[in-house]
Design a protein around this ligand. Structure first.
Ligand code: IPE
Ligand code: IPE
Ligand code: MG
Length: 247
């Protein structure tokens, strides 16, 4: 599969992934290797997102889900956390017009309770103004953790059972799926993690049960549309069996 010639972003790759999820890692190391503060890397990383979103239609990628801030990232210094939160606010303000114009529908996943009110209002606005768009579905995970998401889903489900609105005997995989933040999204076909770490760090645990993974050494601020296209092209060469046997 790795002997396939690298694809360029302007060619549609047949058998490519419909939904790509991205663990955008390595911003801190990218900055530190340049003698800069970690936030410098986060700003460089945020600039990359536009290029990757723009590459999606030509690659046949309809859904892109990006991990921006995990439920565990609050452990970082106050400077880094508040810098990231203000970066998210500024990002939404600056990109809103362009996202509307380019046909991108934006959604957010994650628990909003710990986020500041201004950021939540901007997230609501961006979801609302892009809700008619269908070209690319961009989902941004902020204060997102897979275990947290499943726990919140189970809590909501239990409340519906307690209220008599759900018969516990009917609960199956599809029932739980309906309570997840991602309920309107298909499962990811391909999960890419940058920066050389081979772990998923609590991202889309339930949804990625049968995803293909790409762990690549590139740090997120260096992740170009070309590297993205190469990942998509390698995916197209994989054989997904979902527990069955090859036909
Ligand atoms: C990923 O980059 C972005 C966030 C987690 C917000 P990191 O900040 O984790 O960068 P490294 O892994 O320390 O290099
Ligand atoms: C995962 O990266 C979270 C995001 C990319 C937002 P981390 O850098 O937080 O993950 P660990 O700590 O290396 O597992
Ligand atoms: Mg990291």
């Amino acid at each position: 599969m790795s002997d396939m010639s690298p694809a360029t972003p302007d060619e549609v790759i047949s058998g490519g992934p419909t939904h790509v999820a991205m663990i955008m890692d390595g911003n801190g190391r990218w900055a530190q290797s340049r003698g800069k503060p970690r936030l410098f890397g986060h700003h460089a990383g945020a600039k990359r997102v536009k290029e990757i979103v723009r590459a999606c239609p030509d690659l046949g990628v309809k859904y892109l889900t990006i991990f921006a801030f995990s439920t565990e990232n609050w452990k970082r210094t106050q400077t880094e956390v508040s810098g990231l939160m203000s970066l998210f606010r500024r990002y939404i303000q600056n990109e809103m017009k362009g996202l509307v114009a380019e046909g991108v529908r934006v959604r957010f996943i994650g628990d909003r309770v710990r986020l500041d009110k201004k950021l939540i209002a901007l997230m609501d606005d961006l979801e609302e103004v892009t809700q008619e768009n269908t070209k690319v579905h961009l989902t941004i995970a902020i204060n997102y953790g897979g275990r947290d998401e499943v726990s919140r889903a189970v809590k909501d489900l239990a409340c519906d059972v307690a209220r008599g609105e759900l018969d516990p005997e009917t609960v199956d995989e599809t029932t739980l799926t309906r309570y997840l933040d991602t309920k309107v999204l298909p499962d990811p076909d391909l999960v890419i993690r940058t920066s050389g770490e081979a772990r998923i760090s609590n991202f889309l645990l339930w949804q990625s049960a049968y995803a293909e993974y790409e762990f690549i050494d590139t740090l997120w601020p260096d992740f170009t549309a070309e590297v993205f296209a190469q990942c998509v092209s390698r995916y197209a060469g994989r054989d997904r069996r979902f527990g069955g046997v090859k036909k």
